[in-house]
Design a protein. Sequence first.
Length: 128
Amino acid sequence: MVSNKTLNFQNKNRNLNELSQQIAQQLQNEGYKVQSRQLATGAVIQAQKAGILRDIITADRAFTIRIDGQPNDFTIVVGVGKFIQNIAVAVAEALILSELFLAVDIPEMLWTEHVEKGIIKEIATIVG
């Protein structure tokens, strides 16, 4: 199964670097371990949270958020997968792959549902 969720935003006039910093800060405030890297047209953020759900799935699960585009026409893709210690590797994967796609098994579907119901709503709220 492929696990990702794509959000498209138009006419929002958002500075994508500032937006990525706001998202990363919100995740940190909620107890996520966050690493990020700015790109020419956006950013990649990777977040991992300790807790019972994470322990049930596996200790190396996280989600990656890729922000791509221009201030008035950008896309945010959230994918679930392994936590990559070196954010440069996550950046390279995000650049090489046209979509974030990461295979998941049944327990990880629970994590994906959690991400879609919580984190994605928060991102949409931050964007405005």
